[in-house]
Design a protein. Structure first.
Length: 321
């Protein structure tokens, strides 16, 4: 009975939100994602669909880019309204801005726990086994690649000399290189990352692993954006145990001077659509705006995002860290 009542309440709320959205004026925003086959394009598609369902007059146009570094450039040039940016790059650019108005965090995307993946039959079982091997680290402009290099350095492996680093033009090329034997392992991040799913579903299966426990403190010391994260057991086919690793938050960021009315409407739509987003993307539920206080600094948030958090009762928890 309680479950049916909850579903009924949710349905009424969804209908109410939809009715409100249908009265709103048309709004079109452009969101930069990344190269095909990566997590950002998959998330962008899910976000655009989920948001449009609760606010049919709000359209998110997806723009394929080279990833976080290009997204930041395009945002600064106001060639994008919004863009998905991995935590390593987001932290660096926001910290460098100081008190100067510029780019802002509009909404959370998800945590990005990093892992290496190899075919299940591989002799590689840990990070130290990667020494001397060719490793697909990610695309040229991805924050995931920065994270992978950091994990290797903190584990005592020089990513330029102790391995043969392979940088990709398209994130989707990584699994193919490993399955064809052109790379011994693939680095990636996020439970919803397509590359991990491809590897797990391949004939023979896959094995996932993070850094050794004794290396974690050294890794965290290298980059303040990183934190301890856990990938739950059974997140992927054949992954029977939880994996302790490191990672960071990714964000939807806004261009300088982004209209507060646009941000307010978008963040509200994301909040109302988070249950649907969780159905469409593995970690979509983490896009809840309430996660922002623990993910970033209040001074890095768009003012309209801060106002919405206060409106929903999360503002008192939004403190500078």
């Amino acid at each position: 009975m309680a479950k049916r009542l909850t579903l009924a309440v949710l349905s009424v709320m969804a209908l109410f939100s939809s009715a409100q959205a249908q009265q709103a004026p048309a709004l079109h925003v452009v969101l930069g994602t990344a190269t095909p086959g990566g997590g950002f394009p998959a998330y962008g598609e899910a976000l655009a669909k989920a948001v449009h369902e609760v606010d049919p007059a709000l359209t998110i146009e997806l723009r394929t880019t080279k990833g976080s570094t290009e997204n930041l450039v395009l945002l600064k040039e106001s060639k994008l309204d919004l863009a998905l940016v991995q935590g390593e790059y987001a932290f660096d650019v926001l910290a460098a801005q100081g008190d100067t108005p510029g780019l802002t965090v509009v909404a959370p995307v998800d945590t990005t726990p990093g892992m290496f993946v190899v075919p299940a039959a591989s002799s590689i079982h840990a990070v130290y086994d990667l020494r001397g091997k060719a490793i697909a680290l990610g695309t040229h402009s991805s924050g995931l690649t920065v994270m992978g290099r950091t994990v290797l350095k903190g584990s005592g492996i020089d990513p330029e000399h102790d391995i043969t680093p392979i940088l990709l033009d398209r994130a989707g090329d990584g699994p193919t290189m490993v399955l064809e034997g052109k790379a011994a392992a693939l680095w990636g991040g996020s439970v919803g990352w397509p590359g991990f799913k491809t590897m797990a579903a391949a004939p023979g299966g896959a094995r996932f692993f993070g850094p050794a426990p004794e290396a974690v403190e050294a890794i965290l010391a290298l980059r303040p954006s990183l934190r301890r994260l856990t990938i739950p057991a059974n997140s992927f086919k054949g992954q029977d145990a939880a994996i302790e690793t490191v990672g960071s938050w990714s964000f939807t960021m806004g261009k300088p001077g982004l209209d507060p009315a646009v941000v307010s409407r978008l963040v509200r739509a994301i909040d109302h659509s988070k249950a649907r987003l969780a159905q469409l993307y593995a970690q979509g539920g983490e896009s809840d705006p309430r996660n922002l206080p623990g993910a970033t600094k209040v001074e890095w948030l768009h003012p309209a995002t801060v106002a919405y958090l206060k409106e929903i009762g999360a503002g008192s928890k939004t403190d500078s860290r």
